[in-house]
Write a protein that binds this ligand. Structure first.
Ligand code: PMP
Ligand code: PLP
Length: 486
């Protein structure tokens, strides 16, 4: 790894929670290290023999992206199935097999697949400090849960966008941790609002909460607004994080779903317009917080959920070694890392089949698909949503299109609240057969303070025909509620 000349990450003891400080690691797992000596016979750990696993072999057939570049495709480009058995390692066919994948391992995940993940992170983000590490997670939901336990005490406040991922707030709430929303614009979180909150923090008006030191950021294809921070915006926010000694929790599952600009043309031209090769893809992606993190203050969460499949339940954390150690100590006594079948399936696909370049080609294919879907949805919005009350900025990344509704033009705006009007439209849309998500569900400060009406829609979850039909039904609901029937 290219670590020479890079600084060492800062030290974070002052922010670790008492829960995390008291984690000493798993005694049993740490005894595993003696098994590196092949002459040692283990009667120490309760690892069952693989003879007693009822799975003998596994076969996976991989679908081809439009431009397949599998390492092991035949000359016609057809994908042969990927095989794994219990004796691939002993027979020299692979460095990872079912007998290892199906047994206990370290909480950081299998060394074989962790190496691929670390290489991928270096290729894409190349963190600018020396002692960064990766460890596997069971997805970003769990990674955030565990990170919050590592850093927060009851009564703490986490800074986030003013509209943010509802699950993140629901993760924090039972820990006694609240979110404080930072104002947003087209690029997401606004640096001036972040500064203002930090500089003006007064415990007494925030229920006794100490000054926040955690910033929860979804910098790319933000959920729910679809906003994507430019590099300049990221630099500005990083500078504020340095001034106020913040840790940035970078929840970035949509990083590779950065799309081409919206095109009104009906033809599917994203493949022609967008990046064609891994090198071109890496060039168009906005650099992550991790890639500008000279201090080691970013805890980055990556997930395969949106680019391979959610049910695989596998992601990874990249952070300074100290943070990774604390995380691993927690993993060893909770999830014990992602399931072996998931790790093996991804290792076969990513390491042995696609390789790094083939995976980046897959990601190029996926972001082109989402570009076409986003363009299709925007064209449907232009056709079916009443423009006098509805507005939007085409999402630049991710899976969500955020729609603003001018509720002040509602016939009952003088007697009803924004929240009541939001619900009326939402219920009408459901009765028309279209389900969308209400903006207020994502409000960091709680829905009671919402004085705006937004809806989150997705272009990921339905066929194009169904997207068109649903947008039309939603448009009808808006027209009915606002008495705009033509
Ligand atoms: N509880 C007990 C009593 C055990 O013996 C073990 C396995 N050593 C576990 C829990 C761990 O179980 P799992 O692999 O399902 O996390
Ligand atoms: N974080 C954000 C911002 C998301 O939008 C989602 C998915 O909805 C998740 C995390 C969940 O990710 P995972 O499936 O990796 O737990």
């Amino acid at each position: 790894r290219r670590q020479q000349g890079k600084p060492i990450a800062r030290e974070w003891n002052h922010y670790l929670s008492s829960e995390s400080m008291s984690r000493t690691g798993s005694t049993l797992k740490s005894a595993f290290k003696h098994l590196k000596n092949p002459s040692v016979i283990s009667l120490g750990g309760g690892l069952p023999l693989s003879d007693y696993f009822p799975f003998e072999s596994l076969s996976l057939t991989i679908s081809s992206p439009e431009k397949p570049n599998p390492k092991n495709s035949d000359s016609n480009g057809a994908n042969s199935p990927l095989h794994a058995s219990k004796c691939d390692i002993s027979q020299g066919r692979s460095i990872y097999d079912l007998s290892v994948a199906l047994n206990y391992s370290q909480g950081s995940g299998s060394a074989q697949f962790l190496r691929w993940i670390t290489e991928h992170t270096e290729i894409v983000h190349d963190p600018p400090y020396a002692d960064w590490q990766c460890t596997m997670t069971v997805g970003n939901t769990s990674a955030l849960d565990m990170a919050l336990r590592m850093f927060t005490q009851p009564g703490d406040c986490v800074l986030s966008d003013e509209y943010t991922f509802a699950t993140a707030m629901e993760t924090a709430k039972p820990m006694g941790v609240k979110f404080e929303g930072v104002k947003m614009d087209k690029e997401g979180m606004r640096p001036d609002s972040l500064c203002q909150i930090l500089e003006g923090w007064d415990r007494n008006v925030h229920g006794g909460s100490r000054k926040p030191f955690l910033l929860y950021a979804i910098p790319t294809g933000q959920n729910p607004t679809g906003a994507t921070q430019s590099l300049e915006r990221r630099r500005d926010i990083y500078r504020i994080a340095q001034e106020h000694d913040l840790i940035i929790l970078e929840d970035d599952p949509y990083y590779f779903l950065q799309m081409n600009p919206f095109s009104a043309a009906e033809t599917r031209d994203s493949t022609r317009l967008g990046p064609q090769t891994p090198a071109e893809l890496l060039k168009v992606l906005v650099p992550s917080y991790l890639s500008i993190d000279t201090d080691g203050r970013v805890v980055r969460m990556d997930s395969f959920s949106k680019v391979v499949s959610p049910g695989i339940r596998l992601g990874w954390l990249t952070a300074p070694q100290q943070v990774i150690e604390q995380y691993k100590n927690h993993t060893d006594v909770s999830t014990q890392g992602p399931g072996g079948l998931s790790q093996l399936a991804l290792f076969k696909l990513l390491d042995e089949h696609w390789g790094h370049a083939g995976y980046l080609e897959w990601l190029t294919h996926i972001r082109n698909e989402y570009t076409d879907r986003r363009d299709f949805m925007i064209r449907a919005c232009e056709r079916y949503l009443p423009s006098v009350i509805t507005s939007w900025e085409p999402a630049q990344a991710g899976m969500f299109q955020w729609l603003a509704v001018d509720w002040t033009k509602h016939p009952d705006a003088n007697i009803k609240s924004a929240l009541q009007i939001e619900e009326e439209i939402w219920l009408k849309a459901i009765s028309n057969g279209a389900l969308v998500a209400c903006g207020s569900w994502f409000s960091a400060t709680g829905d009671s303070t919402c004085n705006e009406v937004f809806y989150r829609t997705t272009f990921a979850a339905a066929s194009l025909d169904q997207i068109e039909e649903a947008v039309m039904r939603f448009g009808e609901a808006l027209k009915t509620c606002f008495h705009l029937l033509d």
